[in-house]
Design a protein around this ligand. Structure first.
Ligand code: SAH
Length: 216
């Protein structure tokens, strides 16, 4: 668990790369500059690449998302301090850390036990204390609802109804939707109990949101 000046320099460069690609929110850029991304990648051999703007394997057939994608989704959420954010797909915990750095209260769900167990240990070690749940993201967390914001970090074949219900009126959900390898990033604003405004914001490539909780 070593962070060095070299790593700090590399992530300053990464923040500049992400800004160059269009991210403007300073809080998001600052988060990228401060979070030691290499420590979220379990394979030490990949640490030297950790500040490239790329996804990397994290085990269980999953990936840590590309920093630009993390920044893009986070910027779209327009998070204000202490807002309640539900994250589906904790994975490495990197996106969770970004949400915490920009001031959110985060509730994050992961359905792969091995990833859940690892990230539950890692985040507090890095000073990030938050609520992590082992469960099925399609169902959300009804007992903690409603949420100001919801972020889905895996490709969803459709928009889960339970998540729409758990979003506050005026709340925003950012979700990549599509059945194949590519998904459309959608921003959904809940404008009334049963009213939503949806905007399409470009094509991205995520690992799929898995259907049923399996044994792993
Ligand atoms: N935010 C993560 C992205 C990890 S990839 C990061 O930056 O590291 C997507 C994650 O979603 C994987 O960890 C995967 O196991 C998880 N996932 C897939 N289907 C899920 C579901 N139905 N509920 C909760 N998590 C799910």
């Amino acid at each position: 668990m070593i962070d060095t000046y070299r790593h700090k320099g590399l992530r300053k460069q990464l923040a500049a790369v992400v800004a160059e690609k269009g991210i403007q929110d300073n809080a998001v850029l600052l988060a990228i500059e401060s979070i030691p991304r290499h420590l979220f990648i379990p394979d030490n051999a990949l640490h030297k690449f950790a500040y490239e703007d790329k996804p990397f394997p994290i085990g269980s057939n999953q990936t840590i998302s590309q920093p630009y994608t993390v920044a893009f989704q986070t910027e779209l959420l327009q998070i204000k301090k202490r807002e309640k954010v539900l994250e589906i797909g904790t994975g490495s915990g990197y996106q969770t850390a970004v949400l915490l750095e920009v001031g959110a209260k985060v509730f994050s769900i992961e359905r792969q036990k091995a990833l859940f167990d690892r990230t539950k240990l890692l985040l507090p070690k890095l000073g990030y204390n938050t609520k992590l749940f082992y469960g099925d993201g399609y169902k959300g967390l009804p007992s903690f609802a409603p949420f100001d914001k919801i972020i889905v970090t895996a490709g969803a074949p459709y928009i889960p109804e339970d998540l729409l219900v758990q979003l506050k009126i005026g709340g925003i959900m950012i979700i990549p939707v599509g059945e194949g390898a590519d998904q459309m990033m959608k921003k959904i604003v809940k404008t009334g109990e049963n009213n939503y405004e949806t905007e399409d914001l470009g094509v991205f490539r995520f690992v799929p949101l898995l259907k049923e909780k399996g044994r792993d």
